[in-house]
Ligand binder design. Structure first.
Ligand SMILES: [Zn+2]
Length: 53
């Protein structure tokens, strides 16, 4: 599983990297609109941790 934990505590987990990236970008748009310009898909990929199912 690919997992990203946001600095606010929000967690996203999915089997596909692209799904995690999409969900994090949606979260950032909703909860951290000030970060939208800085958090690109490449940045999100850098946050991914691989965790067991
Ligand atoms: Zn957050």
């Amino acid at each position: 599983m690919n997992q990203v934990t946001c600095e606010c505590g929000f967690e996203v987990r999915a089997g596909a990297e692209s799904q995690v990236v999409d969900q994090v970008l949606t979260h950032v748009r909703t909860d951290h609109p000030d970060l939208v310009g800085q958090v690109t898909p490449d940045v999100v990929r850098g946050w991914i941790e691989l965790v067991p199912d």
